[in-house]
Structure formats: C-alpha cells, structure tokens
Design a protein. Structure first.
Length: 116
C-alpha cells in the first residue's frame, strides 16, 4: 500500500501494473496496466479499497490478461518505494482533497461495466 500512498503524496496518477520479474525490484517489462479512477466523492479509504480490488482482479485474472498480449513499452514503472514515515503519511492525508480535485474523473454511466 505504500506505493499507493507515495503516488498520492507525489501527485501521480494511480494504477496497478503486471510486469516481468527481473533482478531489480519492480523494474521488469510492463505487461499490463490498469489505472485506478479517482472520483470526487471518494474518501481516501474508498479509493484505497478500489485500488486494492483492481490489484486483486489483475492478479486473479493473470492468464486472461496475458492471453490478450497487450504490451506497454512506453510505461516505465515508478522507482520502488520504501515505507512511508508517519510524518509524511500525515502530509499525504492532508493533501488528499487537493489530489482528488486534480485527478477526479466522471463516474461511468449506469450499466457500464468492465469487459470480460
């Protein structure tokens, strides 16, 4: 979860990636990317739950994702992050409202859903 927190603290877009494992942490070729949408009525907790649910969906659907064969050669994974200190976490939490205002998107229309 600290990568999630660091992205918010740094004002970066949220998303999950699947990538090849190599000798460096989180540095392998990106095989799939799933953005995490931010909505204006999100709390930090709701957004974290959506981000985590997307991560679990990607992991549990790994074979389906790989069957599509989509590559993301221009998407470079962010540098690995370390645990966030309590002081920085307090700053991140206090900046969440501004982050949400900057990155919020409209909700999908009713009946819209993820393709199987």
């Amino acid at each position: 979860m600290d990568a999630f927190k660091w992205a918010i603290h740094r004002g970066q877009l949220l998303g999950n990636t699947l990538h090849r494992i190599n000798a460096e942490t989180d540095a392998g070729e990106v095989l799939a990317h799933m953005p995490t949408p931010v909505f204006m009525d999100d709390s930090l907790e709701i957004l974290a739950a959506r981000h985590y649910a997307n991560e679990i969906w990607m992991l549990s659907n790994f074979h389906r994702i790989m069957a599509v064969g989509e590559k993301h050669p221009n998407l470079v994974p962010a540098a690995p992050t370390k645990r966030m200190s309590v002081t920085v976490e307090v700053e991140m939490i206090s900046s969440f409202t501004a982050y949400r205002a900057q990155h919020a998107v409209g909700r999908p229309a009713l009946g819209a859903h993820r393709a199987n």
